[in-house]
Design a protein. Structure first.
Lengths: 182, 204
């Protein structure tokens, strides 16, 4: 019964998430999958957008910039925690998207940073984001805002459902992670 | 034979681990409860700051209760809100033990993080967590006491981000360093550490 419920729940999530899975617009080579942002704390001036960028063409591309109505500035950043120290840098020469490959923007790694948020990002809302690529041009995506701490496990990532407890980023897991670990 | 080899390896491993653990404990200046011995480069010390309600706070404000201390800034898009969110979830899991600890978020960006903005920011997290800010000199002082690294990194647009230590310090009731919760610690381990810390609360 438990297994059945898990399966049913996963199926339900996939159903919800399906529309958000791929949002490429007009350009066949680059697609943006599962974009999402986390809700921001009260008064926060910055936010981060995560996604997977897929490149189906045989030539490499670069994400060179982004813009959105919700923030004064949008930049592509690399974040890492090295030896317990958080470091964040703007990627000024573009984030490489390998030919026939993909690049993941995720918590603790690359993100599209929203600077000067005009209002807090609230869970359940969506906002538009334009991504500019060196070769593929501009791609518009709609970014859903998820709960704070979410790592987008709801978005059809069925493979992750079964072994949630063993995931290396379990600590930053949101409500989904908690449900699975009980 | 295989069994014996395994046992030998296990012992060697255990010894190695213990040795390393001892070195780490020594290096960070662990002071066991009741030991009046001066620590090797202790973590923690006197400070004067302003909390997010505008009140002046010092190390004495925290005396008598164990506490957690995390250094970050509100313009931080990823690690800081995630850490404060995780801490909030852990606090909620502590149940009645939650009140045995103080929880402090100290900004490393005093120029932008005012009393007011710290207060607004923390309203999104567990109400136990207090925010401390101060003058750049006061922040430099506490960062030195807690051996926290932070550095302003200018960006092309004339603004800046902050590099900073992303670990939660767990401190005992006598301001003695106990341990840390590193970035992305798993829930079970972090909660166990906080519960052990709560158990250090003096019973009076």
């Amino acid at each position: 019964m438990r297994a059945f419920c898990k399966l049913a729940f996963a199926a339900l999530l996939i159903g919800f998430a399906a529309p958000a899975l791929a949002q490429g617009t007009g350009n066949a080579s680059i697609t943006v999958e599962q974009p999402y942002a986390r809700a921001t704390p009260n008064g926060a001036k910055t936010g981060a957008v995560y996604m997977t960028i897929d490149n189906k063409s045989a030539t490499a591309d670069r994400l060179t910039g982004a813009s959105s109505d919700v923030a004064d500035k949008v930049q592509v950043h690399e974040m890492k925690v090295d030896n317990g120290i958080m470091q964040m840098r703007e990627i000024t020469d573009g984030l490489p998207v390998p030919a026939n490959g993909s690049v993941a923007l995720k918590p603790g790694s690359y993100h599209v940073m929203l600077i000067g948020l005009k209002k807090p990002l609230t869970a359940g809302e969506t906002f538009p984001l334009k991504l500019t690529f060196a070769k593929a041009g501009t791609i518009s995506v709609t970014v859903p805002v998820q709960a704070m701490g979410s790592n987008n496990m709801g978005a059809g990532n069925m493979g992750g459902m079964g072994n949630m407890g063993g995931m290396s980023n379990g600590s930053s897991g949101g409500s989904m992670g908690k449900m699975e670990m009980k | 034979m295989r069994g014996r080899q395994w046992l030998l390896m296990a012992f060697a491993g255990l010894f190695g681990f213990s040795a390393v653990a001892l070195c780490v404990v020594y290096a960070v200046g662990f002071r066991g409860p009741g030991h009046g011995v001066a620590a090797v480069a202790p973590i923690g010390g006197p400070f004067t700051l302003t909390d997010d309600t505008g009140a002046t706070v010092t190390e004495k404000t925290l005396a008598g209760k164990p506490y957690t201390m995390y250094f970050g800034y509100t313009f931080c898009p990823d690690v800081c809100p995630t850490t404060l969110f995780d801490l909030s979830r852990w606090i909620q899991k502590l149940g009645p033990d939650a009140d045995k600890l103080n929880y402090v978020f100290v900004t490393v960006d005093p120029e932008r993080d005012t009393v007011k903005s710290m207060h607004a920011y923390l309203s999104s997290f567990d109400k136990h967590i207090r925010g401390y800010t101060g003058t750049p000199a006061q922040i430099a002082q506490i960062a030195k006491e807690y051996r926290v690294y932070y550095k302003k990194i200018p960006t092309d647009d004339g603004s800046y981000t902050m590099d900073h230590s992303a670990i939660i310090y767990l401190m005992g009731p006598d301001d003695n360093f106990v341990t840390v919760i590193p970035y992305q610690e798993d829930d079970a381990s972090a909660i166990a550490k906080l519960k052990s810390l709560a158990a250090l609360t003096p019973t009076s």
